[in-house]
Ligand binder design. Sequence first.
Ligand SMILES: Cc1cc2nc3c(=O)[nH]c(=O)nc-3n(C[C@H](O)[C@H](O)[C@H](O)COP(=O)(O)O)c2cc1C
Ligand code: SF4
Ligand code: FES
Length: 572
Amino acid sequence: MIFDDLRAIQLRYGFLPKAELEGLSQHTQTPLYQIHSVASFYPHFHLVPPPKAEIRVCADMSCHLNGAGELRADLEGRFANSRPDEVQIRDVSCLGRCDHAPAISINDHIFADVTAAHAEQLARSVVRGDDIHEPRPEQARIACKADPYGESEKYAVVRELVQSNAWDDVLAQLKAAELKGMGGAGFPTSMKWDLVRRQPDPVKYIVCNADESEPGTIKDRFIMTNLPHLLVEGMIIAGLVTGAKRGILYIRHEYRLQEEILGEEIRRCYRAGLLGNKILGSNLDYDLEVFVSPGGYICGEESALIEAIEGHRAEPRNKPPFPGQIGLWQKPTVINNVETFINVPQILARGTDWFVAQGVGGSRGLKFVGVSGHVARPGIFEVPMGTPMRDVIFSHAGGVRGGRQLKAFAPSGPSSGFLPAPAVDVRLDFKALAEAGSMMGSGAIVVCDDRTCMLDMALNAVRFYRNESCGKCVPCRVGSQKMADMLMRWTQGGVPASQYRTDLALLDELSQAMSLTSICGLGQIVPAPIQSVIKHFRAEVDEHVLQGKCTSGICFTPAARAGEAQRVGIRP
Ligand SMILES: Cc1cc2nc3c(=O)[nH]c(=O)nc-3n(C[C@H](O)[C@H](O)[C@H](O)COP(=O)(O)O)c2cc1C
Ligand code: SF4
Ligand code: FES
């Protein structure tokens, strides 16, 4: 409940006054330091009064490629004479609008495809005391191949299962389909569900991870907008199969529209007897609720997400034990990604053979991918698993914008690192991407044209991780800062050749230490972007450091130098 209390106080005062936190501490019998430790963790909460208009410019991968730096510089100029209690301009991590970059938020309202003039107009009206409203795209639901129902009656799989109680059969079908987790790690879903099903504890939970905060990752937003019934059905099936009686849909707070859509869908299911006690007249019970994330990329890590639901700082737990054994409130918990859940009713409604036949080149199923960066038609596309990246980028997303050449692409945001243009025929598949030295991740394809500086992109990615590190373990907390410092020096010139050799050796040592000793996947993946750039674009890195030259004209400029000063301080 702590987040509800903190949100209520913030709504009343605009920030969290000390006296109110003390009152909350007394009222809830919670030590003040505990309340403060939570309030100070999440960037969403203000411990001091915010300005009238707080403009936050997303500086991450897709926005960075689409002029976020220039937008911010322009805004700084426009508000140079404003008082700090009226307007402040700060950084913000990916807002989940990567297909409409650059994105900003003003007092937590998100605006995408924004220009400096528009942002200025919005901020000035807030300063005058006017209300501003986040645009709500009113768009009919998009029909997807993944939907087994179309216009016909939905929830047919649940209806059938409450009659048959064929739980083992569900697990067998998911196993035969080889369904893998779509949240990044690709863990077999049937194994995860089976583990929880076998736990003797009568209390178990199902959690859907809709945190989706990695730059470039926007597919779950699309799925929740267009296929909410499949997500709810997948979560109900997970509960029935594993014996969990309560599900929690954990959604990032920047997805207000999707929160509403899912809230409506859940209410509809309660009215139809598909949720609650005695589902469809059976002896099965299952409740489902939405939990709005207090914010931060680390909340997507499954054990950090559990900590957040429990009302703590979102700091990942040491594993093992895994959530399947000891998860939410110490109970066995299934945590799956949005796309993983929607695959379940598809497989059960249409059969494993149908699912297998949807992929190409030996891959199985369909895949939702988000494509952003320098493409003509950024967006979310539903493609057969196994589709060559070339088709995704050039056919679906319209190719590189402005007729430019492709230089590189990240198959899945910063965590996948970058692949060079000649690798564009790699297939969208767990194994194929791993063999190419990258990963499927969350299907966040970010495209870079031939004017992109790859060292600058690596620095951008490291800064994202440095900012989002929860700080619990030293290798990640200190290592990400050291790496950002090193790359910044490389992009600013004046590093002697001997120092560069030392730096490269240190970078390898640091990368290894971080990968091996960080508690969670965030710290382990920090080295990926720069290591991929060194592997595929070494000459470009050498040119920067040894000749002080950035062919793209991005580094060595006052604006680039200002970048670091602007990008500190995401956490309050
Ligand atoms: C830093 C970090 C952030 C993550 N963010 C997400 C996320 O937003 N959504 C997600 O489904 N998985 C995310 N994951 C992966 C989850 O920890 C977990 O593996 C996943 O939710 C399991 O679901 P799946 O088996 O369906 O893939 C993240 C992992 C890390 C290390
Ligand atoms: S690796 Fe980073 S994000 Fe993960 S627990 Fe350690 S400090 Fe936190
Ligand atoms: S909204 Fe800026 S990178 Fe996603």
